[in-house]
Design a protein around this ligand. Structure first.
Ligand SMILES: O=c1ccn([C@H]2C[C@H](O)[C@@H](COP(=O)(O)OP(=O)(O)OP(=O)(O)O)O2)c(=O)[nH]1
Length: 149
């Protein structure tokens, strides 16, 4: 199993906000906690950028993905608008979560509430090489449902 050390830093004023946490031993995601000063109410259809109070330093070759929590999505229609959100290895700013309320009722996000999850992924080193022609395949240019139902 690949293993990495990732540095985590709490933004000042957020000592009380939980660090990202795995809720079971083999969970893929670390739950992220809202570092809002007071409740943020998301009206149906509204979106908001929710701070988490943390920033990271990952080794080169790693990214973090911000993904929705299925329970919030099922019960309240709360999901991430840009999912999965991409946290780059060289980003040192506060991690924020762009939530949207696709439900029918207003939803209040409280300080220290679990709002999303963060999954670390290895990113291969890729060099794009421009060529005049691409190698042939059976599929060719077929896509967007060309194989039918
Ligand atoms: O859900 C997210 C997505 C991104 N980010 C931060 C980390 C990421 O490294 C940076 C830039 O994200 P992205 O590349 O998605 O944004 P962009 O719209 O392309 O902006 P930029 O020009 O700053 O790269 O913003 C978050 O905190 N949460």
């Amino acid at each position: 199993m690949l293993s990495y050390f990732v540095q985590i830093h709490k933004q000042p004023g957020n000592e009380d906000v939980s660090l990202p946490r795995k809720m079971s031993e083999q969970a893929s995601g670390y739950d992220l906690y809202a570092a809002v000063d007071s409740d943020v109410v998301l009206e149906p259809g509204a979106r908001a950028l929710i701070p988490t109070g943390i920033s990271l330093a990952m080794p080169d070759g790693l990214e973090a993905q911000i993904r929705p929590r299925s329970g919030l999505a099922l019960k309240h229609g709360i999901t991430c608008l840009n999912t999965p959100g991409t946290i780059d290895a060289d980003y040192r700013g506060e991690i924020k979560v762009l939530l949207i309320n696709l439900g029918q009722e207003p939803f209040a996000i409280a300080r220290n509430e679990r709002i999303a999850q963060m999954v670390f992924q290895a990113v291969p080193a890729v060099t794009l090489v421009e060529v005049e022609e691409l190698s042939a395949t059976v599929r060719g240019e077929g896509g967007f449902g060309h194989t039918g139902k």
